[in-house]
Write a protein that binds this ligand. Structure first.
Ligand code: SAM
Ligand code: SF4
Length: 348
């Protein structure tokens, strides 16, 4: 009869770099909260320290448009949400915020939006190249599924990184949740971005209705197979103006377990303590930083727009970036960590 290792032994093997099988991942996702606290998170934290060091890298995010042509069931920006006031920031406004990010000593700007074809290929390229010229910031784009020619043009204009979560590994659940996008198309975009030399970010949402532990395990295996450089893992938070309004939110423990396993399975990736975790619970970001995360993305979107970037409700709208950064620095120091002083690119 096969001798299965204990949970403790399995975590120890994962910490040493064992390739986890699907059933082993499911087993670790099923750990009790107390076993996750005492075994899984410390192992992920140790691997984080060895593989990427103790620096927490900051990326300033600008949510420059809340207009979206897609209709994902879970997202408050979906085109069918007629109650949302829509905005688009002008280039000059975006450039001014990019300067603020640089002046705060942050080296990367993340430009995020709904899928909004108002911003043509030329507009995005102009924006990227002007940010590069003016501020020297590393530019990360997170503007959805585009053509290979678009990705190439953005890259030539100076974009270095691209965030596009695969979102959901189950083709069936994907089609249900993202009716006007296909899992194959999304994966083609991710592979194209990798071919073009971007640092690629992918990731999932934890706790969507219909999601099983098997699907979560497949999400993790997909993140590893894609060899992505950044992994965004956040809880599902229901928005009242979507078809998922009354679905329960994703929970802290499964999200942290997924994040910790992502660290154990991919070692050198950059993993943010996501805004969604910070929205789920005030100490969510800190917990993530102790369970394998090494990146935080402070929101620099001007407040009048930020309140309209309602992917989900409850985001901290009041905090000024300077106050948030001060608090964050203090928390990072308390954790015995440092704030990153280089570009924080993935070191494979
Ligand atoms: N439109 C682009 C895209 O979909 O890739 C970028 C912007 S989109 C708002 C950024 C991320 O928000 C998505 O990748 C998705 O995972 C996340 N998101 C959307 N609705 C959410 C919700 N209700 N709860 C948690 N995350 C959500
Ligand atoms: Fe649009 Fe992205 Fe929201 Fe989907 S997740 S509705 S593509 S902003």
């Amino acid at each position: 009869m096969t001798e299965y290792p204990s949970d403790r032994e399995l975590v120890r093997l994962a910490r040493e770099g064992k390739d986890l099988t699907r059933s082993e991942i499911i087993r670790l996702l099923s750990l009790s909260e107390s076993d996750a606290e005492t075994l899984l998170y410390p192992a992920a934290d140790a691997v984080r320290s060895e593989a990427v060091g103790d620096a927490v890298h900051l990326r300033g995010i600008i949510e420059f448009s809340n207009c979206c042509e897609r209709d994902c069931l879970y997202c408050g920006l979906r085109r069918s949400n007629a109650r949302l006031n829509r905005y688009r920031m002008a280039e000059a406004e975006i450039l001014a915020v990019a300067r603020q990010i640089r002046d705060a000593g942050i080296m990367t700007v993340v430009l995020q939006s709904g899928e909004d074809s108002f911003y043509s290929r030329d507009m995005i390229c102009g924006l990227v190249s002007r940010i590069r010229e003016e501020s020297g910031l590393i530019v990360t784009l997170s503007i959805g599924e585009k053509t290979p020619q678009d990705y190439q043009a953005y890259r030539e204009a100076g974009a270095d990184r691209y965030l596009l979560k695969h979102e959901i590994s189950s083709a069936m659940l994907y089609r249900l949740m993202r009716p006007d996008s296909t899992p194959g198309g999304r994966l083609r975009c991710l592979r194209e971005l990798g071919r073009q030399g971007y640092e690629v970010g992918t990731g999932n949402i934890v706790g969507l209705p219909g999601q099983t532990l098997e699907i979560l395990a497949d999400d993790l295996l997909l993140m590893k197979a894609l060899d992505a450089d950044m992994l965004g893992i956040g809880p599902f938070l229901p928005h009242p103006e979507t078809p998922l309004a009354i679905s329960p939110p994703g929970q802290m423990a499964p999200t942290l377990k997924t994040l910790a396993l992502a660290r154990l399975m991919t070692r050198t990736t950059n993993i943010p303590a996501t805004t969604a975790l910070g929205t789920l619970a005030p100490d969510g970001r800190l917990k993530a930083l102790r369970a394998g995360a090494n990146v935080v993305m402070p929101d620099f979107t001007p407040p009048s727009y930020r309140q309209l970037y309602e992917i989900y409700p409850g985001r901290n709208l009041a905090s000024d970036p300077a106050d948030f950064l001060k608090q964050l620095h203090d928390q990072i120091v308390k954790l015995g960590r440092t704030v990153g002083t280089d570009t924080g690119s993935r070191k494979k």
